[in-house]
Design a protein around this ligand. Structure first.
Ligand code: SAM
Length: 203
């Protein structure tokens, strides 16, 4: 099964996604975003899905980019209040349907891009890294939160995803750091364990 298979999976589980997923790690994301030079006004969340991680970060303009329309519909629903449901207190989110490896975004226009629990689902990972490099302004940051396949829980997760037909590609922190460094980012590995954070600053 190809990357599209991963996306069809998210199309199907979109309605349940926020019920089963814990909140995103706000502290780790804030620590990574603090590596940017200057303020973060414009932020893109690549593979941002329902906006679970987007609402955990602070930026004047936050845009969820995702290839799955049903996941994006959940992100849009967060910002709209409805009967018995207040809008998300973290403020509005914009949404764009598209492939993170081919963005309709201008060069040097973004202060930060994040990818949380999604990079391993993206079939064209090198294209995603190079798009991040293209759209980020100098001093902007690319933050990737991923699962380490050399950690026992990461190994289990990778086995589990492959057993249900996903084509996910996981990297150790050192491997992911190398991918970003090869694209020209100045790279730091911020935390380690089952889930880890790599941040690349655009120089
Ligand atoms: C596990 S979900 C993570 C969602 C969100 N980042 C979070 O932390 O909750 C993975 C998401 O990546 C999206 N995705 C996979 N490949 C993509 C691509 N090439 N471009 C944009 N989004 C993609 C899927 O549609 C799905 O919503």
């Amino acid at each position: 099964m190809h990357g599209l298979g991963d996306v069809r999976f998210f199309d199907r589980v979109a309605r349940l996604y926020d019920w089963v997923m814990p909140a995103a790690d706000q502290q780790s994301l804030a620590a990574a975003l603090s590596r940017a030079d200057g303020d973060i006004d414009r932020l893109l969340d690549f593979g941002g899905g329902t906006g679970r991680a987007t609402i955990a970060v602070d930026a004047a303009e936050r845009t969820v980019v995702d290839i799955s329309r049903p996941m994006l519909r959940r992100a849009q629903a967060r910002t709209a209040s409805g009967p018995g449901r207040p809008a998300d207190p973290s403020g509005p989110l914009a949404t764009v349907q598209g492939d993170a490896g081919r963005l309709a975004v201008g060069d040097n226009t973004i202060d930060a891009a994040i990818v949380v629990d999604a990079f391993h689902h993206m079939p064209a990972q090198a294209a995603v890294v190079s798009e991040a490099q293209r759209v980020l302004r100098p001093g902007g940051v690319f933050v990737v939160r991923e699962f380490d396949p050399s950690h026992p829980l990461g190994w289990l997760l990778a086995r589990g995803e492959h057993s249900i037909g996903m084509n996910s590609t996981f990297h150790t922190p050192a491997e992911l750091a190398e991918l970003l460094a090869d694209a020209g980012f100045e790279v730091e590995i911020l935390d380690a364990g089952f889930e880890y954070t790599v941040v690349g600053t655009n120089r």
